[in-house]
Structures are given as C-alpha cells and as structure tokens.
Ligand binder design. Structure first.
Ligand SMILES: Nc1ncnc2c1ncn2[C@@H]1O[C@H](COP(=O)(O)OP(=O)(O)OP(=O)(O)O)[C@@H](O)[C@H]1O
Length: 219
C-alpha cells in the first residue's frame, strides 16, 4: 500500500500550538493483521497517520484499503495488533457503498448527522438553508427536498460527502469519494473537499494520481 502525506501539516488557524496538541493526535497502527478465512488481507501493518494532515492511500484493488478503513472506523476488529489514537474521537466517513434512508429527503439524510442542542441558536429554517447552500457548492442545486432513491450515483456520492462534512468530526475517512463524477464536477467537488479538510485529519483512498495531488495541494 502506498501512503503519502501532505508535505507540511495542515494549518490549524487560530488554535495555539499547545492546544492543538491536546486536540489532535496521531493514529498509530502496530502490527495490525486481518484475515477473512484463509485470505490474509492485511498482514503485520505498522503505520502512523499524523494529526493535521491528509494522508492518501493508494494500492491496487483488493489489497485491503477499505478493510483498513473499516478497522479504523471500528466496524471490524483486527485479528492481532493494535490501533491507538482514535479513542473518544468523532469519526466521519464516505464509504464506497453509501447507506441512506432511501425514502427520505436529501435534507433529512444530512440533517440526521447532528443532534439539535436544547438551546440551538440556529433555527430549523436556517439549518435547512445552510444544508441547501452546501449542496449547491457541490453542484446539487434544487435537490434538497428530493428523495435519495431518485438520485443518480454521482449525485449520491456528493450527498454522501456533504453529509460526512455536516457531521461533527475530528477524523474523516474517504474511500474513493469522487468516483463516478465527470471531470468538471470532480474538480468542483475536489476543491470543496480540500477546503473542508484544512486543519483536519483525513485518510483519503484513491486510485487517481490527479486526486492525490489535488488533495495534497495547499493554498
Ligand atoms: N467481509 C468480508 N468477507 C470476506 N472477504 C472480504 C470481506 N471484506 C473484504 N473481503 C476481501 O478482502 C479483500 C480486500 O478487500 P477491500 O475491499 O479491503 O479491498 P480494496 O483495496 O479496498 O479494494 P478496491 O480498491 O477494489 O475497493 C478482497 O479480496 C475482498 O474480497
């Protein structure tokens, strides 16, 4: 598996260095192995994913990238080895197979990612408008009230991204999030994603060199 990281740490604007160290931590895998029956998908993997960086993972199909993300998300348990640095941290993800409430609106599917606080300053209407604006940024104007089951694959991919960013998160896992998008939409969505990832810890899986470079580029 090829692992590359942003050359300089993601800038965390406005947060003093000391506090930043408390808020963020590296994810450390030590001798992690995972098999399905006789199929040894991940074998003795030791790797550190630094805080405040986008880490890109590139490897051939079937080599275990999604399995690795599932381990990091806590959806699978390693057969041996340890994963540290994720305790108590809020995780968000875009997986290749998106699970939605198919009969619910795009708004409802995104909105559910955040609990409303008792004395929320933002009204429901403002929240609705905010989600609508986010959807417009990824080239989805006018779909906020549409049922998810009516969307194309590429539209679902973008709703999944907006939803993942809408959640309250410390660490984000992205598994080929730009798959199925045409070139101009992909560029728009890559830029949206890159900006949202500034100052955050992100693991990004892709097969495309262009996507890796775009995600590692910092303004
Ligand atoms: N739940 C499972 N049960 C059995 N085998 C599995 C399971 N999940 C994954 N595998 C197998 O593990 C291997 C790695 O799968 P994984 O999805 O992690 O690869 P990947 O590198 O993400 O592939 P791709 O780039 O095609 O998405 C594959 O051979 C797959 O068939």
């Amino acid at each position: 598996m090829r692992v590359s990281k942003t050359e300089k740490p993601n800038e965390v604007k406005g947060i003093p260095t000391q506090e930043r160290q408390v808020l963020q931590q590296d994810i450390v895998l030590m001798h992690v192995s995972k098999s399905y029956g006789d199929h040894h998908v991940i074998q003795d993997l030791s790797q550190t994913f630094s805080c405040g960086q986008i880490t890109c993972l590139m490897a051939p199909s079937g080599s275990g990238k999604t399995t690795l993300l599932r381990l990091l998300m806590g959806l699978e348990v390693p057969d041996s080895g340890s994963i540290a640095g994720l305790e108590g941290r809020k995780k968000s993800a875009v997986f290749q197979d998106q699970i939605f409430g198919e009969d619910l609106s795009v708004y409802a599917n995104i909105r559910i990612m955040r609990k409303r606080k008792l004395f929320e300053s933002e009204s429901e209407k403002q929240e609705y408008e905010r989600i609508k604006a986010e959807l417009e940024k990824v080239g989805l104007p006018g779909c906020v009230d549409q049922k998810v089951k009516e969307l194309s694959f590429g539209m679902r991919q973008r709703v999944a991204l907006v939803r993942a960013f809408y959640a309250d998160w410390d660490v984000l896992f992205l598994d080929e999030p730009f798959r199925g998008l045409d070139q101009s939409t992909r560029e728009l969505v890559m830029e949206y994603t890159r900006r949202k990832c500034i100052g955050k810890q992100v693991l990004f899986i892709t097969h495309e060199e262009e996507e890796k470079e775009a995600m590692e580029r910092y303004s």
